[in-house]
Design a protein around this ligand. Sequence first.
Ligand SMILES: [Zn+2]
Length: 386
Amino acid sequence: MSLSDPVALAQSLIRRPSVTPEDAGALAVLEEVLTALGFVCHRLPRQAPGTAAVENLYARLGTASPHLCFAGHTDVVPPGDLAGWSTDPFGGEIAGGRLFGRGAADMKGAIAAFVAAVARTLAERGAPTGSISLLITGDEEGDAVNGTRAVLPWLADRDEVPDFCVVGEPSCARALGDVIKIGRRGSLNAKLTVLGAQGHVAYPERADNPLPRLVRMLDSLVDVMLDEGTAHFQPSSLVLTSIDTGNPVTNVIPAEATARFNIRFNPLYTAEGLEGWLKKRFDSVGGAYRLDLSLSGEAFVTEPGPLTETLVAAITGVTGRQPEFNTGGGTSDARFIKDLCPVVEFGLVGQTMHKVDENVPLADLEALTAIYAALLGGTVYRDGKS
Ligand SMILES: [Zn+2]
């Protein structure tokens, strides 16, 4: 297999049915190729109590700065009903100028493109003046406890913290190069329980009805404008999702009542700040209540800087497109990496990810390889020529 051919490598990866948490030999394929290119490889298996063991791979070429890290995952979601597929989801077949298979878009194709970009750049320009690493996990599509989050402390302990990181998730919406993801909104789920005392509806003075207080507390939230958005984020939003008393009868005042809501917030807020803000509002209504919060992730943004400038130039040079900076969509491992270094997401077009007949145009694999090669040239080679 030619190391500079992204299609052949993507096929090899797709043919390893690495449905989370199975590795099925996918990382061994990568390890072999990266070792041949001169990378020092480390296998980092992780297993939190009560979970399935997961394989991870960290590989680095050189030790100098600047250090560009490519992060991604070889695990894939299950293919679902095989009858819906027109090819074997783990066959890596090519038809009509497209490569088909689970993981083609999300994200074995992008990993193959990055490795091919490294191979081409090394062949043309020799060793980089900086260094290049890959951080590839087998636990992104699952609970993600044994993957990137579990491996980052090892990187920090060994002084392997990158200067910047590109996550190869399928960031593009319709055409290769149209979107770079530079952050995400935070998400906070809240359950508010207002506590009272049960009683007969005819004797309200002998009970403590929690419902009027719950209504006032919620009323203090519903019309609030949290902010007006920022340059890269839409306004934060608070959405009520449920109000429950569980009271089936007409003659009893309930002892408690609950409400649930979700806050999607931009980097003007933190979960801690929102908690304080909520409690202040509820305290001003008064009475006993309980507030249970669960945080899916804090908001973050990588403000445009050298990394994004170089990436934009690479994208425009190859595709002619001017990418949009976007902060929408679901979570990715960027939410963990952002604690270490500036991180953006750029990969293939996501239209078929997690769907039957997942596929990627061969032309996109080739173009993404050229973009990643230009990114390498502009970051880890001193003359900066891409
Ligand atoms: Zn993915």
